[in-house]
Design a protein around this ligand. Structure first.
Ligand code: ADP
Ligand code: MG
Length: 372
C-alpha cells in the first residue's frame, strides 16, 4: 500500500525549545502573515520536527505492506505531487500555515482529488481550530464548557457581558494550539489585566481573544482512537499542576511547557493513567466521546478536559491533529496514553492508519502488537 505522509516540517531554527525574542535575528524570509514579537518564537510550534516525521515514516513502514513517501505540506510541493493521484491513502499531519481554516485546507484538497486520507475532515478541523465556534456547538449539544465571550466587543464590564460569572478568567487566542499565546499572565483577576491580555493577543496573533470562565479543578487530556462505534478512549492523562513552581498559575501555559519543564530538570507533569474514581472516569469518557461524535472527529484526536467548581467535567478544546513526539522522555500526551494502553508508537500509528483504511474500505490487515 502506498501511503503519502503529508506533514509540515518545522524549520531547523525552531527545533529547540523557543528562545527569547531577538530583534536582530528576525528573518526576512518569514511570511508577511507572520507576527514579529514574542510569537516569533512559536510561529511553527504546531509543525512537526524532521525527527518526528522520520519516526512516523519508520513506524508506518514497520508494516510489511506499507511503503511511505513523505510529502511536505506546502502548496508548491504538495499540490503537484498529490495531483498524480498514486497514493492509496494519505496519512495527514498537515497543520497548514495561513488562515483560520489552515488545518482544513489539505483535507479539502484531498477530498476534491478523491484521495483517501486519515483523520478528521475539513469541517471538523476548521471548527476545532476555532475554540469559540467549538464551544458554541458543544453547548448546543448540552456538553459542558466554560462560559465565554470574545473580544469582538470592548470589554468594559465582564459582569454585564457574562452575568453570574466572576474573576478569575482566562484569556487566550481564538484560533491557536500548542500553547501559542497562553502565558502565565493569561490567567487574569482584574479587568485591567484582562484588557492587557486582549491587547497582547491582538498584537502578537492578530486575532480576537476568547475570555473564558476559569475552571479551577483537575485537568485531564484524553486520547481517542477509532471512528464512530469503534472510537475508544486510551488511558486518561492528568496534568499535575503541583509540579509547577509556586509563582505559576495552574494552567498548562507556554512557560509550563517550555520554561519550567526543561530537559536538564524535567517536571513530572503528567500522570497516566490518571488516579481517578471510576465515576469520574465514566463521566470524562462520556463527555469526551460525545464531543468527538458531535464534532464528527475520525480516526484520532486528543481532547482537553477540566473540572469546574462543582467538579463536573468540561471540555476545554479538541485537537484532531494531536502532537505525537516519538521520544517517551518528551512527554507527548497521545503517545503516552497509547503506551499506557499497551500500544507501541508503531502500533499507535498503524491503528490510526487502519481506522482510516476501514472507513474507505481499503484492505489493510493489522493487529496491534502490545508493548511490554
Ligand atoms: N477555561 C479554562 N479554565 C481553566 N484553565 C484553562 C481554560 N482554558 C484553558 N485553560 C488552561 O490553559 C491551557 C491551554 O489552553 P488550551 O485551550 O488547551 O490551548 P492549547 O490549544 O494551546 O492547548 C489548558 O491546558 C489549561 O491548563
Ligand atoms: Mg490544549
Amino acid at each position: 500500500m502506498r501511503v503519502g505522509l503529508l506533514a509540515n516540517i518545522k524549520p531547523q531554527i525552531q527545533n529547540q525549545a523557543p528562545r527569547k525574542p531577538d530583534e536582530s535575528k528576525r528573518s526576512r524570509s518569514l511570511p508577511r502573515t507572520a507576527t514579529f514579537s514574542a510569537s516569533y518564537n512559536d510561529i511553527y510550534a504546531e509543525w512537526d520536527a524532521p525527527e518526528t516525521i522520520e519516526a512516523v515514516r519508520l513506524a508506518l513502514e514497520s508494516h510489511p505492506d506499507v511503503e511511505v513517501e513523505v510529502i511536505e505540506a506546502v502548496p508548491d510541493r504538495a499540490i503537484d505531487r498529490l495531483l498524480i493521484k498514486d497514493f492509496d491513502i494519505v496519512f495527514n499531519l498537515a497543520e497548514g500555515f495561513t488562515g483560520s481554516a489552515r488545518e482544513a485546507q489539505f483535507p479539502a484538497l484531498l477530498e476534491m482529488l478523491e484521495i483517501p486520507y486519515t483523520g478528521s475532515g475539513p469541517l471538523s478541523l476548521a471548527i476545532a481550530l476555532d475554540k469559540a465556534r467549538t464551544k458554541e456547538i458543544l453547548s448546543y449539544h448540552g456538553i459542558p464548557v466554560a462560559r465565554f465571550i470574545t473580544s469582538d466587543v470592548p470589554i468594559t464590564s465582564i459582569r454585564a457581558l457574562l452575568p453570574g460569572t466572576d474573576f478569575p478568567f482566562i484569556v487566550k487566542p481564538i484560533s491557536e494550539g500548542s500553547s501559542k499565546g497562553i502565558r502565565n499572565s493569561s490567567f487574569v483577576t482584574s479587568l485591567d489585566a484582562m484588557n492587557r491580555e486582549i491587547e497582547r493577543i491582538a498584537m502578537e496573533y492578530h486575532q480576537p481573544a476568547l475570555i473564558e470562565e476559569f475552571l479551577p479543578g483537575r485537568e485531564f487530556t484524553v486520547a481517542v482512537l477509532g471512528t464512530g462505534d469503534k472510537a475508544r478512549i486510551l488511558p486518561i492523562v492528568e496534568i499535575n499542576f503541583g509540579e509547577l513552581p509556586p509563582e505559576a498559575n495552574n494552567i498548562y501555559s507556554f512557560e509550563a511547557k517550555w520554561i519550567y519543564d526543561v530537559a536538564e530538570k524535567p517536571l513530572n507533569i503528567f500522570t497516566c493513567p490518571a488516579d481517578i474514581s471510576s465515576k469520574l472516569q465514566d463521566e470524562i469518557e462520556t463527555v469526551v466521546l460525545r464531543a468527538y461524535e458531535v464534532l464528527e472527529c475520525r480516526d484520532w484526536a486528543r481532547i482537553d478536559v477540566r473540572l469546574d467548581s462543582r467538579g463536573r467535567a468540561n471540555i476545554i478544546e479538541i485537537n484532531p491533529l494531536p502532537g505525537i513526539l516519538p521520544n517517551p522522555e518528551e512527554n507527548s500526551c497521545y503517545p503516552k496514553a497509547a503506551r499506557a494502553a499497551g500500544l507501541t508508537y508503531e502500533a499507535m500509528l498503524l491503528s490510526v492508519l487502519k481506522s482510516g483504511c476501514e472507513r474507505y474500505g481499503i484492505p489493510f490487515k493489522f493487529e496491534p502488537k502490545h508493548a511490554k
